[in-house]
Each structure stands twice: as C-alpha cells, then as structure tokens.
Ligand binder design. Structure first.
Ligand code: NAP
Length: 309
C-alpha cells in the first residue's frame, strides 16, 4: 500500500509530488492524460513569478514534472473513476483495477465547459481561450469576443477592456445572468458591445482566430464577426465526481477544504482548481499542492503514531 496517491498531474498535483517526494513518502501520482494539466495548454504564462518574460505553459509544466521526478515521484497513467474509504484506508478504482493508499490528494482540476462548435478545439491556444487572466494581454488593441452571460463572462469582458480595444459580448438571450453590479460595470464600459440572442456556430480561422460565425436565435440570421480572439465563459465543471459520495462539495461541485487542504474526509486532501477557492491560477495551485503534501505527511505521522495504520 502506498503512503500517498496524488490524483491529477497539473500544477497542484506536481507541486504536491515535489513536496511528498522530498519528504521521502512512498508516493504515486496518477494522471489520465499527459502531465501538466490545463496549464500545459496555455501558450505563455506571464503571471507566474520568476519568469519576467513569461514562460510557455508546456515548458513550465515539463520543468515541474522533471523536478518532481528528481525527488522520486512515480507517475502512472490511469483514469481514477471512484475513491472509497474504509477504516482509514483509501481504495482508488481505475479502469485497470484498484489501488490502495493511506492518504490521497485530489488535484483533478476543473474543466471549462466547451461550446462544442467547429474550430473551437482546433484553434484553442491560437485565439480560443478559457482564461482572460492568462491570455488577455495578448490581445492589446485587438477585437475579441466573449461568449456567455454569467458573472464570469461579464467580469472577464470588463477585465479584457484593459487590453482589447473592443469586446463583443455574445449571449444567447437578451438578458444577462450576471449579477446587477457586475452587469452595470459592463454596460458603463464603452469598449463592450453586446451581441444579444446569438450563439456561436463556428470559430473561423486557419492558423489563428479570424472571426466567429454567429446565429441570431430569434431571426435565424447568421453573421460573421471579425475578431482576433474568443474567450469562452459558459461555466466550469470541477472534476470531483469520483469523490462526491465521500467529501463535502459546495453547490457547484467544488471540494470544500480547510486551510490545510483537508476535506471533510480525514486523510483525503484537495488542491488546486477542484477546490472551492477565490483564485484559480498556477500560482495558487502550486501553493495548495505544497500545503496538501505537508498536511498529508503530518496526517500519516499521526495515524502511524496512533497505531492506526
Ligand atoms: P454561469 O453563471 O452558469 O453562466 C453561464 C453563462 O453561459 C450563462 O449566461 C449561460 O446562458 C451561458 N451558457 C451556458 N451554456 C451555453 C452554451 N452552450 N452556449 C452559449 N451560452 C451558454 O457560469 P459562470 O459565469 O462561470 O459562473 C459560475 C458561478 O460562479 C456562478 O454562480 C457565478 O455567480 C459565480 N461567479 C461569481 C463571480 C463573482 O461573484 N464575482 C465571478 C465569476 C463566477 P443562460 O444565462 O442563458 O443560461
């Protein structure tokens, strides 16, 4: 049985791996895709401290992985479907079987909801973005579209006015879902134009975004809007399904933790975007991962000294 299994190989999971590896825990990290998480798909990360010129997301994550492996972190490819716990031992069910562990760090992240339209995946990272904080600065003096009408879409549209010269906020109804205060900020900003009752049917462009084809859902008319970027904010899904029977989640499915990253289930910690928190960024994910690993180490010591392991 492992001391610790980390689920998810994004910044939170890898940071937890660095700390757990250095602490000489018997630790395994499970990742269903390529290590690096969403951060690895970000072209340039400009706001991670220590890189004044920015650093490629893939490069930063490759360095984190190498650092974790240098401290002995074992990484395996597996899709964890369910985590259960009995008598302080966890069992992780994967497609290939079950893995037991004394402690678990859940670092599975959150995924943006996709529009599922042609061009969206093909041009992701080349004008299609799900993170204005990460990518907004690449659109100085450009025209961008923001899709969605909730708090996230409207707040990020306002944020983007710092860079872009024009923002087209495309919403499928003629009324925003966002709270009034947030709406007001957007309505008062002359750089934001609203494209009501419209859905994006296609993201256009060969090697980068050149426009979006939108359909007016009332008139049925379609129109091409020329934009340099498309920011999609139609909701997010935390990857917490595998623990929904085990830990307390908030109303949106994010895992609730205390400041030690401890969930409502002793020995199960959560770090990074899957956790309920204020700011979902690489810099906060790596901090969560470090705290979770140190807390897991203390937990394992306590369990051992109490003779429960
Ligand atoms: P959200 O509130 O669920 O809004 C999603 C928006 O996307 C809605 O306007 C929805 O349209 C639209 N949408 C959904 N699916 C779509 C599709 N397939 N095509 C086109 N449009 C689609 O999500 P969110 O903005 O990410 O916010 C999530 C939660 O976080 C909310 O509770 C929000 O209040 C909270 N939040 C709060 C703040 C803040 O307080 N400052 C900031 C960010 C987020 P409809 O309106 O027609 O359904």
């Amino acid at each position: 049985m492992k001391d610790l299994i980390i689920v998810g190989g994004g910044p939170a999971g890898l940071s937890a791996g660095i700390y757990a590896g250095r602490a000489k825990l018997d630790v395994l990290l499970l990742e269903r895709g390529a290590p690096g998480g969403l951060a690895a798909t970000t072209e340039t990360i400009e706001n991670y401290p220590g890189f004044p010129e920015g650093i490629g997301g893939a490069e930063l994550m490759a360095q984190m992985l190498a650092q974790a492996q240098r401290f002995g972190l074992a990484v395996d490819s597996a899709n964890v479907e369910e985590i259960s716990c009995s008598d302080r031992h966890f069992v992780l069910k994967t497609e290939d079987g079950v893995l037991p562990s004394r402690a678990v760090i859940l670092a599975t992240g959150a995924e943006p909801e996709l529009l599922h339209v042609p061009g969206e995946t093909e041009l992701r990272g080349r004008g299609v973005s799900y993170c204005a904080t990460c990518d907004g600065a690449f659109f100085r003096e450009k025209t961008v579209a923001v899709v969605g009408g909730g708090d996230a879409a409207v707040e990020e549209a306002v944020f983007l006015t710092r860079f872009a010269q024009k923002i087209l906020l495309i919403h499928r109804r003629d009324e925003l879902r966002a709270t009034r205060v947030v709406q007001e900020k957007a309505r008062q900003n002359p750089k934001i134009e609203f494209v009501w009752n419209s859905v994006v049917e296609e993201v256009l462009g060969k090697s980068k975004v050149e426009g979006v084809r939108v359909k007016n859902v009332r008139s049925g008319e379609t129109n091409v809007l020329e934009v340099d970027g498309v920011f999609i904010y139609i909701g997010q899904r935390p990857a917490s399904r595998m623990v929904e029977e085990l830990v307390q989640l908030d109303e949106r499915g994010y895992v609730i933790t205390d400041e030690k990253m401890q969930t409502s289930c002793p020995g199960l910690f959560a770090a990074g975007d899957v956790r309920r928190k204020l700011l979902r960024q690489v810099v906060t994910a790596v901090a969560d991962g470090a705290i979770a690993a140190v807390a897991a180490e203390k937990y394992l010591e306590e369990v051992k000294s109490a003779g429960k392991s």
